[in-house]
Write a protein that binds this ligand. Sequence first.
Ligand code: 3HC
Length: 331
Amino acid sequence: MYAQLVETGSTRLRKLDELSGDERRFQERIDAGIKIEPKDWMPEGYRKTLIRQISQHAHSEIVGQLPEGNWITRAPTLKRKAILLAKVQDEAGHGLYLYSAAETLGVSRDQMIDDLHSGKAKYSSIFNYPTLSWADIGAIGWLVDGSAIVNQIPLCRCSYGPYARAMVRVCKEESFHQRQGFDIMMALCRGTPEQKAMAQDALNRWWWPCLMMFGPSDAESVNSAQSAQWGIKLFSNDELRQKMVDQTVPQAEYLGLTIPDPDLKWNEEKGHYDYGAIEWAEFYNVVKGNGPCNRDRLKARVDAHENGAWFRDALLAYADKQAQRSTAAAA
Ligand code: 3HC
């Protein structure tokens, strides 16, 4: 199975009149658009669902530094290097806000990190693909951060206050990331034929994995219905995927690049682009840990954690010393 199937307390969506008093009041608050705050009563399934999603989101931001971090030393100019460094640092910051938001639900940072390192908690499938050329850095900013924005703007209005507020700043920074990626693609597309070919190759490799980022199709998405009822998800996986396709096709045309999908076609009646079939077998394979870089990514995170043990020990020793000093001073 590709999903953890977090216990949400019910096997089907229940109507208002089937809920207990607390549950009904909770659902009515959500339906009225009132944010849920950490000390408010909440169903256990809501708390677990948020811990699952927010911690996985945090892990994605942290693991997401690896494919781009790989290019910091090889960025073509000093300016590009400074921009990329800032972007990768932003991703670290996003991870930290999100871990903090998850902690308000009663889970510890250590637990979340253990769940990532043991393979129990997921991170986004997209970060299990390699960055083979500088154009990949452009494609990631343009397409991966572009997709992240489409998915995350609605999260600024989700029902859980700390998550919604964290997402406001995250989204502002993601917009800068998307623009810097598009700017790299523009420079390559206006460059030599070899540079343009490099941009096209990056688009060819990143397009389909980006569509997969939005998660399984609505018919296969096990968590969507409950998350929608709880105001965590405001749009379905397929709705957001369609939005990404619709906004990206004109951008690719502007760049003079071809989206690698022979079935991509404007559908006048629907007012949307139709697109070809997604290789779901590839998605599930990556989610289960068998993508091109899954093992390397997890190993890099576990190694970083282990190599940083001395620093965490030093912080604790310092905090103990400070506490002893203040106790001695108060005596
Ligand atoms: N990669 C890995 N796992 C995925 C996935 C993906 N792209 N899409 C779905 N899954 C997993 C889910 O986590 C779930 O498994 P779980 O039960 O073990 O957690 C399972 O597949 C079933 O999918 P559902 O559609 O039922 O799951 P959700 O309702 O949670 O929807 C989601 C998935 C749309 C990704 C949702 O969790 C979400 O919106 N998350 C917040 C945003 C996020 O985490 N984005 C990750 C990218 S962050 C990023 O890109 C960083 C930026 O800097 C570029």
